[in-house]
Ligand binder design. Structure first.
Ligand code: NDP
Ligand code: GDR
Length: 326
């Protein structure tokens, strides 16, 4: 049975990727770090109904000894490195932690692969945030990077280490430069889920206002379920390479608000307020990805429209709040 190891399995992408790999017939192991709140950890895996189908192994990306032990125990053929301090805003408050986990963590896993010598294929979760202050209107694998946050700087380091280990040691290491992707399992601190949760609370009379930061930023948003398919496809290729994964459409936060509020029969202008403390020290104004290479080489195309995704997210948040109130 093919075996994969997923770091960050308790996060949004980890949960969907685990589901996808189980459906493909893999034995799925996931790295899980110790927490005093172990009863709530794994909530997303429970939501998808797959927690009992996964082998959870104790480890932390900061601790290379734990990674070596996990690789020796699981002996994966494929490793998906999704673990990170992934919230851009937090990276200005915790730049060193972000560098340790999001940056150095990837190198620790690459080293663990070299040291244990099992020859596992490696996927690195790179990010469109690396483009930051964009150097081309549409960003592809060839576009120069210009990171704008400690998070993006850390991701760029991890990205180049992945490329370097591929070129230096012949590792089957690929980097997926994924643009924003969302879902009902998105962390509540990210803007899309914050909006759909806000819509649900306002609709149910639990709140009146939704405070947000910069409404003019634009993002290329896809659905996480579509994007994890691309990760798996990258590791099935004979040759390791880097791929941009995106929808090729960009939408402002303001327009996302309009779509989400109007889906629930509300007008966003009656509820959204802007707050200066939610603005970032340096903003990424606009991102728009060109996933032509993934389309041609992987046969990957996104299947979920923004409108369908927003509807799924608002419905899930309404259901969550109704269940809590019952
Ligand atoms: P999440 O924030 O939802 O998940 C992050 C995961 O990393 C969690 O499982 C978390 O565990 C784990 N983690 C954090 N620190 C450590 C550590 N020290 N050791 C082990 N595990 C750790 O992120 P997403 O699922 O949204 O994203 C997955 C990856 O893809 C991330 O690397 C992210 O930066 C990157 N990415 C995401 C994009 C997106 O739009 N979602 C776009 C481009 C890249 P715990 O539950 O214990 O906190
Ligand atoms: P991002 O996602 O920074 O693109 O990183 P996020 O949803 O946090 O922000 C997107 C844009 O929305 C603006 N914004 C707000 N953001 C948040 N979180 N909260 C608000 O109240 C708010 N108001 C406006 C932000 O300024 C920004 O412009 C995500 C993460 O998943 C990264 O890990 C990943 O690498 C990138 O996507 C691609």
């Amino acid at each position: 049975m093919p075996t994969c190891l997923i770091t960050g399995i308790t996060g949004q992408d980890g949960a969907y990727l685990a589901q996808h790999m189980l459906q493909k017939g893999y034995r799925v192991a996931g790295l899980i770090r110790r927490s005093a709140s172990s009863d709530v950890i794994g909530e997303r895996l429970r939501w998808l109904g797959i927690i009992n189908d996964i082998e959870l192994v104790d480890g932390d990306l900061i601790d290379i000894s734990s990674l070596i032990r996990v690789l020796q125990k699981i002996q994966p053929g494929e490793i998906y490195n999704l673990a990170a301090q992934s919230f851009v805003a937090t990276s200005w408050h915790q730049p060193l932690l972000t560098s340790e986990v999001t940056g150095l963590g990837a190198t620790k896993m690459l080293e663990a692969i070299r040291i244990t010598g099992g020859g596992a294929r490696f996927y690195q979760a790179s990010s469109s945030e690396m483009y930051g202050l964009i150097q081309e209107p549409e960003q592809s694998e060839k576009t120069p990077f210009y990171p704008r946050s400690p998070y993006a700087v850390a991701k760029l380091y991890a990205h180049w280490m992945t490329v370097n280990y591929r070129e230096s040691f012949g590792l089957h290491a690929s980097s997926g430069i994924l643009f924003n992707h969302e879902s009902p399992l998105r962390g509540i601190e990210f803007v899309t889920r914050k909006i759909t949760d806000g819509v649900a609370r306002i609709k149910l009379g639990l709140a009146k206002e939704l405070p947000l930061g910069n409404l003019d930023a634009q993002r290329d948003w896809g659905h996480a379920r579509d994007y994890v398919r691309a990760m798996a496809l990258m590791l099935q290729q004979d040759k390791p390479e880097d791929y941009v994964i995106a929808t090729g459409k960009t939408t402002s936060i303001r327009e996302f608000c309009r779509i989400a509020f109007s889906y629930a029969g509300l007008n966003y202008q009656d509820h959204v307020v802007t707050r200066s403390d939610l603005m970032r020290p340096a903003e990424v104004d606009v991102l728009l990805g060109d996933a032509g290479k993934a389309r041609t080489k992987l046969g990957w195309v996104p299947e979920t429209s923004l409108e369908a995704m927003v509807a799924e997210m608002v419905d899930a948040d309404l259901a969550r709040h109704r269940a809590r109130a019952a």
